[in-house]
Design a protein around this ligand. Structure first.
Ligand code: FAD
Length: 443
């Protein structure tokens, strides 16, 4: 036996599961397919500063990940959008607006349709799991409604539907017609509310990791008694009455239990991992499409202009821009996010970096024209991940951990979290839950 428990995947959820198991006295081997740990967490050094190419923020009520960070001495700081006095930008319908406060300056004629759309979506999210109350329900989607039905039914203006598309690209890494409506509502509900997922104050973007999110992953890994084995993809899992064989290209490990902590669509590639009947549905799930472009200037000139660096961009190749080095005076780093079709369109272009810089010039002005470095990442090209930030299930394909767990085969991974799926917090919760199942099996 190579380890009492084998954990497959050294993303945050797998590392947390391994740490909890070791703390309970179990011996653990972590197998990771890629040549690094962290999965969708990737912090790189850019001109001597930490820049997050993957996960970036942590929210005030994301208590699982915040508690873990506290325990490990990993510092977080308030997102600088809250910096007093500074303005943000909002780009929509071909115009760039400068504003201050919580609500972007949408035209007066759009207040009602956009306001009703957001209120209707909020009701649909809150009621996604409750008993239908026809008089009160604005709308309850059917199994085959795609999320463009959310736009068609709830957002009655083209302007409102463009805002919805921008929101979807940022949250799901997908366009509204690519996500089953029920799955979308369930995902939003698990975050608590629309507000919680979208906002900075009291929302998912409230704080950032001072040393990058990679510091948290490294701190968890450092507590393990042995390092994860890199470049060791697991190809099959075979459980029998006395244990589990975990098959890799380098050989087979025998364990008493296994935790599978890989993105759900990737789990379909591990032979024998899924219970009978789940494989087809899982093969039809996919990851979202998400890209970040990192644009580095000698100085953060936007701060001199009284700007936070944050932009919500409804009609460009990027949907959001943020200050990627908020804790320091130089260099100036703008990070541009693209999701869904905007990300795939952008990355199909050979001049994609010039395209993003041109968009920054449209948003901020001529200052933005002369970065000294541009780098980018598209997560669909990351082997073993295939996209980000979350798995998009097919119709009827919302999986819960209990649907997949069989005897000695346990499941972690943010996609299977009961709260904050798709987020770091969900990764921590799912890792802890999988470890608990093994430490204290339910009889
Ligand atoms: C650009 C971007 C921005 C994000 N922003 C935020 C944010 O601001 N806040 C937030 O909370 N979250 C954010 N997220 C999401 C967050 O990063 C993820 O929810 C979290 O990191 C998922 O952790 P995980 O352990 O569930 O999975 P993963 O990180 O996907 O880890 C899975 C691991 O399994 C490995 N693996 C796959 N197949 C195999 C195999 N066959 N054998 C062995 N290993 C395998 C993979 O290589 C990977 O290391 C963002 C993600 C991205 C990409």
């Amino acid at each position: 036996m190579s380890g009492d428990v084998v954990v497959i995947g050294a993303g945050l959820s797998g590392l947390v599961a391994a740490r909890e198991l070791e703390r309970a006295g179990r011996s653990v081997t972590v197998l990771e397919a890629a040549d690094r740990i962290g999965g969708k967490v990737l912090t790189r050094d850019v001109d001597g500063h930490h820049v997050d190419y993957g996960a970036h923020w942590v929210g005030g009520d994301q208590t699982a990940v915040l508690d873990l960070a506290d325990e490990l001495g990993i510092a977080t700081a308030p997102e600088p959008r809250r910096r007093r006095g500074a303005d943000e930008l909002f780009a929509a319908a071909g115009r760039v607006h400068r504003y201050h406060g919580q609500v972007p300056p949408i035209p007066a004629r759009e207040w009602l349709p956009v306001g009703l759309g957001i209120a209707g979506l909020d009701v649909a999210v809150r009621r996604s799991r409750s008993t239908p109350v026809p008089v009160l329900d604005a709308w309850r989607p059917g199994e085959h409604d795609m999320s463009n039905a959310i736009g068609d039914r709830l957002f009655r203006s083209a302007y409102g539907r463009d805002i919805l598309t921008c929101f979807y690209r940022l949250i799901f890494g997908a366009d509204p017609d690519e996500v089953p409506a029920r799955a979308a509502l369930e995902y939003l509900r698990a975050a608590g509310s629309l507000r919680a997922i979208a906002e900075v104050r009291d929302g998912a973007q409230e704080r950032y990791f001072v040393g990058g999110a990679g510091a948290l992953v490294a701190a968890v890994a450092q507590q393990l008694s042995s390092e994860p084995r890199l470049r060791t993809p697991v190809t099959a899992v075979r459980a029998d009455g006395s244990g589990v064989d975990v098959v890799t290209e380098d050989g087979t490990l025998r364990a008493s239990a296994v935790v599978i902590a890989v993105p759900l669509p990737r789990a379909a590639d591990i032979d024998g991992a899924l219970p009978a009947g789940a494989g087809d549905r899982m093969r039809n799930s996919r990851m979202g499409e998400y890209a970040k472009t990192i644009v580095v200037y000698d100085e953060p000139w936007w701060r001199e202009d009284g700007l936070t660096g944050t932009v919500l961009d409804v009609d460009g190749p990027v949907q959001m821009v943020v200050d990627g080095n908020p804790g320091a005076d130089d260099p100036g780093v703008l990070v541009a996010f693209s999701g869904g079709r905007a990300a795939s369109d952008l990355f199909s272009r050979s001049d994609r970096r010039e395209t993003v810089v041109a968009e920054l010039v449209r948003l901020f002005g001529a200052h933005a024209a002369s970065p000294h470095l541009v780098d980018d990442i598209t997560w669909s090209e990351q082997p073993w991940l295939g996209g980000a930030p979350t798995a998009i299930p097919p119709y009827g394909g919302i999986f819960e951990a209990a649907d997949l767990t069989t005897g000695r085969v346990h499941w972690a991974g943010t996609d299977l979290a009961d709260r904050w799926p798709g987020y770091l917090d969900g990764a921590v919760r799912s890792g802890r839950r999988a470890a608990r199942e093994i430490i204290r099996p339910v009889r």
